[in-house]
Design a protein around this ligand. Sequence first.
Ligand code: GLY
Length: 394
Amino acid sequence: MKRFLTAAFVAIIITGCSGKDPVSELADKVFTLAQQQYTDMDASLQEGEYPRTTHKDGTLRTSDMGWWCSGFYPGALWYIYEYTGDRSMLELAWKHTLPLKDLLDRHTDHDIGFQIDCSFGNALRLTGDSTAVVPVYVAAARKLAARLNPATGVTLSWDWVRKDWRYPVIIDNMMNLELLTNAARISGDTTLRSAAVTHANTTLKNHFRPDWSSWHLLDYDPVTGEVRSKETVQGHADGSAWARGQAWALYGYTMMYRETGMAEYLNAAENIGEMIIRHLPEDGIPYWDFNAPDIPDALRDASAGAIMASAFIELSTLTEKASAAETYLETARRQLLTFGTDEYLAAYGENGGFLLKHCVGNMPENGEIDVPLSYADYYFLEALVRYVTLMEKD
Ligand code: GLY
């Protein structure tokens, strides 16, 4: 809904210099490429493999379904189907979605939200096939909700611990609450929605600094619920703002406002968004950590930029402030147009079959540095679909 965008702003976007919106033109180009790259990727996958990133030689590196990212490839296929309407993409999307039901019989962590919502959630949204989706979706949500400890008021991220953690919770968990709110709507089980709200409220209370940047990990006492430590895992330092964590927070509170209408979540999303915008370089793609010591030479993280772009587009439709709506949408446009340059967008046959280049997975562990990542592509495609859908409305 473009209700908060001024007519002048929309006219500038849509007419541009060539008479066409460059972001909409980019979407056509990207989805044509995605159809080709992702079809070829499917042909190269063995059963049970999911695209993850690339090896050092640039070839595709896969994971099994247990890796937190297994839902992003089927999820991206659902967006490609949505945009192109190509039935072969529908078949591929189902092919890579349905096997993920086996996650229900495995040990899983908070990431079951990413794994099931991006795959089965999009399947339900686009096909309405409740027989294939609902039992898996609701069972996955119950698995996630069971990770909420009433003493802490947050879902546990990982069962494994390191250092002296007792109950580690990362900002990333915010993303997985959509599985709970959706499953509550589908099943009528309101305890799932309450679990999501409880987690979001506790995170809002504890996980943010006065400037609205967030810590990556909080360790809780599982008995008293007290916060024992605030630290990082994938960021530069305990006190720094790891870019993808900020992106998860922005997306998470935007989504929770959409899901609940609770004003405190919109307030959080707007404040997080403003903090992010203050830290973005000119081209809109964040450094991998907002406090990386080697800025402006620090690596960018396209995955964080893609998550932010998708969230900013949604937030532009939810805020009540016209000038903020334009700022959010303009920021997302800047990010998407940068992704459309040769610097970030792969050519056909390149980049292990992925679309976006230049992501950072885990810098402190020297893992997945300056590579493509399946979730960067997923949120990039989601952002483009959201953008084009928004522009087609009214
Ligand atoms: N959720 C894991 C990550 O963002 O790397």
